[in-house]
Write a protein of this length. Structure first.
Length: 146
């Protein structure tokens, strides 16, 4: 019995880091996320978001580049659900920064997970594990001419 318990303990020690260290990369639709009810309800329409190289009106003032690195509890959620939730959190952080700086938009938004910049106007990068999901974004806060 002691041998079985010892073998089981060794097995669990060897297997458990792999189970909890999952870091699955997802590239998910920005448009799909922005169309969800939570995004429409929580994001202020007076602050505009432009991803990748999307065209935007002329810039009247730039306030600089800012980054956000958000994590959320992914336990008992699908990867996509956790990723959408943490994407909303990241955009809310950029929105608050734009308001604080006096901007009305964030342009050139790119995924910035582990400081690896991925410029894409259609998809954002999210990493999901067994218990956490994360989205990191970077973008330039600006005031656009009206």
């Amino acid at each position: 019995m002691k041998k079985i318990a010892a073998c089981l303990s060794v097995f669990l020690i060897l297997v458990s880091p792999q189970a909890f260290s999952r870091d699955t990369k997802h590239m998910l639709s920005i448009q799909e996320a922005l169309q969800s009810p939570d995004f429409k309800e929580k994001l202020d329409p007076s602050i505009r978001f432009y991803f990748g190289s999307q065209k935007h009106p002329k810039i009247s003032q730039s306030f600089g580049n800012f980054s956000t690195n958000k994590k959320t509890n992914a336990f008992n959620k699908s990867d996509e659900e956790a990723c959408r939730w943490v994407m909303l959190s990241a955009l809310l952080t950029l929105q608050e920064r734009a308001k604080k700086e006096g901007g009305n938009a964030v342009i050139n938004i790119a995924s910035y997970y582990k400081k690896n910049k991925v410029i894409n106007s259609k998809q954002y990068e999210c990493h999901a594990g067994a218990i956490m999901a994360g989205v990191a974004l970077t973008g330039e806060v600006v005031k656009l001419a009206r």
